[in-house]
Ligand binder design. Structure first.
Ligand SMILES: [Zn+2]
Length: 333
């Protein structure tokens, strides 16, 4: 059995089960088995693929969900503990949230609370396919507390991300017969120069992140590609795919397709959660992009996520357990 005192112990166990994105089965099985020992009405696996699965546990008819992802970025870093902190891969991103949510849920179940659920997902650090599968498996998703390192400050708005793939197709030829070919790199440079002229929302950001093309010194390049990455402000309503498509009408060799997309979020705290304080805006995006409504709230600081000194403060873990418990009392039942 677990208790509030050993949310620390549970976090250490979770950190020490390697769960690099796309290899999550061991940690999922551990959490699934643990939830099975608690008095939830249902504990189900929501399949993702052979490398990992989502977990969804409910008590009553959930009005609120506690959610965190169980995958981490490479490399695996085992746990290390000192007086005030727990270190290791996932210590803040986001096994700390997961551990505190499990302990808070256990306390809530012991107190007879009902109408809430917990959700643990996989593949957040790569394709987001875990949360996408969850959303397609559940017809309705209640207000969700998304556990990401926010120093326990509520985050109600965040930027979105969009990638657009530009491609130009030409025709290969021997460079001594260049006139017989159509140079895709030339076409890409011209299209890219025109795309630089579009005006984006002042708070959003656009970076060209990848460029490739060409075969060899003696071949007119038949294909070239560039990838554009947008970080989109929650106040930005532009349709950048449409804007790109319009510009490329003057570039018949060029096409643009949408790559990854996670929408920006602008949500509000329900009045029951006003005790959390004012909602903040952050520039990273989270699984909340794919959910209907919710707030990001978790122990740890994003500044430590994905670093080799990933860490969380023990006292923040204790505070998180209490805060998640308070949220369940305010919103469930
Ligand atoms: Zn992360």
């Amino acid at each position: 059995m677990i208790s509030q005192q050993n949310s620390h112990e549970l976090l250490i166990k979770l950190i020490d089960i390697p769960s690099i994105s796309s290899d999550e089965n061991a940690v999922c099985t551990f959490v699934f088995d643990l939830l099975k020992t608690m008095s939830f009405d249902t504990v189900q696996r929501i399949p993702v693929d052979e490398h990992g699965f989502n977990i969804f546990a409910t008590k009553g008819v959930p009005k609120v969900l506690l959610q965190a992802h169980l995958d981490v970025v490479p490399p695996h870093i085992p746990s290390r503990v000192d007086e005030t902190k727990i270190y290791g891969r996932g210590s803040c991103d986001t096994k700390a949230s997961a551990a505190c949510m499990i302990v808070a849920a256990q306390q809530a179940l012991a107190d007879g609370l009902t109408n809430f659920g917990v959700v643990f997902t996989v593949r957040e650090e790569t394709s987001m396919v875990g949360i996408k599968k969850l959303v397609s498996a559940l017809p309705q998703i209640p207000f969700t507390i998304v556990g990401e390192p926010s120093k326990l400050q509520p985050v109600t708005s965040h930027f979105g991300m969009l990638t657009l793939n530009l491609e130009t197709k030409g025709k290969a030829a021997h460079t001594s017969q260049a006139g017989e070919g159509v140079n895709a790199i030339d076409a890409l440079i011209k299209a890219a120069a025109d795309l630089q002229k579009i005006t984006i929302h002042p708070d959003s950001m656009l970076s060209v992140v990848k460029i490739e093309g060409g075969v060899a010194s003696n071949i007119v390049p038949p294909l070239a590609k560039a990838r554009y990455s947008f970080r989109i402000s929650p106040d930005d309503k532009n349709d950048y795919l449409e804007m790109f498509t319009k510009v490329l009408k003057n570039h018949p060799l060029a096409t643009v397709t949408k790559g990854f997309e996670a929408g920006a979020v602008k949500s509000k705290l329900p009045s029951e959660l006003s005790f959390l304080g004012k909602g903040q805006t952050v520039k990273y995006f989270t699984e909340l992009s794919f959910l209907q409504s919710g707030v990001i709230l978790g122990p740890g600081d994003i500044i430590h996520a994905h670093t080799d000194i990933e860490q969380v403060q023990k006292k923040e873990l204790d505070e998180a357990v209490l805060l998640y418990g308070k949220i369940l009392v305010a919103m469930a039942n």
